[in-house]
Ligand binder design. Structure first.
Ligand code: UDP
Length: 314
């Protein structure tokens, strides 16, 4: 069998690096592209020296050159946590728009199949609950989250256009909140924030009254869903996430309980346009990919907390 080659943009990031691992373990050659804006070489250092792994430090908003044959492209480059895209609004818009355009150009040139990392943020502050793929969303284009939400909505639109107009083989995954090792402790998301605060003995900052909900998926489940989608025939978007929904207050309490922490919960203002609820409807993924998550939150949290402990207290 001829060895396949996959390009992973954002391959030094949290999800990108786990995908590099998976594709290598499936026997593929992997070309990882990252400009290291929010990615980190520590996430892929174990792959250096592997003959099937190549790293290119490159900003994909500029022309992308990859020599040789490419079979798959997994387009994961983007700042992805709310504080990252608040700090990097222009880069976030550029990578979702110009970057996606370049990546689609590469897919067309190489006759490769491309999988776009989209997001539950395309649903905005949803009026339909749980969110299914047919929902068009409730996004504020000019709010602080608009830079990410609209970039990803544009990315979906141009991906479908390349599919329809150029016949490029495309896949779109809408990723819901995901956690696990290799998240950045300082990325501002709820889980790393809570664990970091508990490890330092600080108060736990819950935004708003903590009644907003999220549904957290462990990274290995997400990677399995994405891999199955990559190999499937489904062109239209597919939600991948864990439907086990919890309020942020309960989530903070759960983290404190598992960590055996005495930190107190304090309440801070809710950021603008923070979605009030979020839960994926995964019926489509179940039906067409035969996929559903396997790792429950307690198990996933324990592994992730252990990872963070080793970072903070080496
Ligand atoms: N959140 C919080 N405290 C923090 C960080 C986040 O209460 O220190 C809340 C945030 O307002 C949101 C939820 O936790 O309601 C999840 O936030 P996150 O940044 O993880 O991702 P989001 O799902 O909003 O993209």
């Amino acid at each position: 069998m001829i060895q396949k080659t996959a390009v992973v943009t954002g391959g030094a990031g949290f999800l990108g690096s786990h995908l590099c691992d998976r594709l290598i373990s499936e026997g593929m050659k992997v070309v990882c592209i990252d400009n290291l804006l929010t990615g980190n070489l520590n996430n892929i250092s174990h792959l250096f020296g592997n003959e099937n792994f190549t790293f290119l430090k490159h900003d994909i908003t500029n022309f992308i050159f990859v020599p040789g044959n490419v079979d798959y492209i997994l387009h994961f480059a983007s700042p992805a946590s709310p504080i990252d895209y608040l700090k990097l609004p222009i880069q976030t818009l550029k990578v979702g728009s110009l970057g996606t355009h370049k990546v689609l150009g590469l897919a067309k040139e190489k006759n490769a199949r491309i999988l776009l990392a989209s997001t539950s943020e395309v649903y905005g502050d949803p009026e339909i609950h749980p969110q299914e793929e047919t929902y068009w969303g409730n996004v504020n284009p000019i709010g602080p989250r608009g830079v990410y939400d609209e970039a990803k909505r544009f990315a979906e639109a141009i991906t479908m256009a390349y599919h329809r107009y150029h016949g490029v083989e495309t896949r779109i995954v809408r990723i819901f909140n995901t956690y696990g090792p290799r998240m950045r402790l300082d990325d501002g998301r709820a889980l790393p924030a809570f664990v970091g605060q508990a490890l330092r003995g600080q108060d736990i900052t819950v935004f708003g009254d903590g009644s907003q909900t999220r549904s957290f998926c462990y990274v290995s489940d997400l990677v399995e869903g994405i891999y199955r989608l990559l190999l499937s025939d489904e062109v239209e978007p597919v939600n991948i996430g864990n439907p086990d929904e919890i309020t942020i207050k309960q989530f903070a309490e759960e983290v404190l309980r598992i960590m055996n922490s005495k930190s107190k919960i304090i309440y801070q203002p809710l950021p603008q346009d923070d979605p009030k609820v979020r839960q994926p409807n995964i019926e489509k993924a179940k039906r067409i990919l035969g996929w559903q998550p396997k790792i429950d939150r307690e198990e996933g949290l324990k592994i992730t907390i252990e990872y963070f402990k080793n970072l903070v207290l080496p």
